[in-house]
Design a protein around this ligand. Structure first.
Ligand SMILES: [Fe+2]
Length: 160
């Protein structure tokens, strides 16, 4: 079951720092899934909420990085991209609130939906952005590689 949350090479979009950050977000979801399945009902809600808080923070930082680039490059799809980002953040916030209020919070369905969102967003919307970069000759791999996301410091790094 865990491999449902593994990242596939084919989902990479060819911009190093973005691919790294997407992988970290996927690791975050995989970690959440692991906690959920291994500890299940015995997992204290505060711990689950802390974990989700961390994931939320990580997503916020990465989305901001992407949005800054899009703004800087006058990307015409910025508005709809912003909307997609804020929808995911709102969803995560909702579940965190649920967990903190003692509700059911995270379930397998929720985790699968979040993962589905991430993959669709990356492989469609983020890839569209990369297409725009290439189309307008804005794809400077050196510059893009140098933009290191703080997600590299993620607590969800493999093996942690
Ligand atoms: Fe994005």
């Amino acid at each position: 079951m865990r491999n449902l949350f593994d990242w596939k090479e084919s989902w990479n979009i060819g911009v190093g720092w973005m691919d790294d950050a997407h992988l970290q977000l996927a690791h975050g979801l995989a970690g959440l899934f692991q906690q959920y399945t291994e500890e299940g009902a015995s997992l204290p809600p505060e711990r689950m909420a802390d974990y989700c808080d961390c994931l939320l923070e990580q997503a916020k930082v990465h989305f901001r990085d992407e949005e800054e680039w899009m703004e800087f490059l006058n990307y015409p799809g910025l508005r709809s991209h912003l909307r997609e980002h804020s929808m995911l953040l709102a969803e995560l916030k909702y579940y965190i609130k649920e967990i903190k209020c003692g509700g059911n919070g995270i379930s397998l369905e929720v985790l699968m939906a979040l993962k589905g969102w991430l993959v669709t967003h990356v492989t469609e919307s983020d890839r569209e952005f990369v297409h725009f970069l290439r189309q307008h000759d804005l794809f400077d791999s050196r510059l893009m590689e140098e933009h290191r996301s703080p997600c590299a410091e993620s607590p969800f790094a493999e093996g942690s």
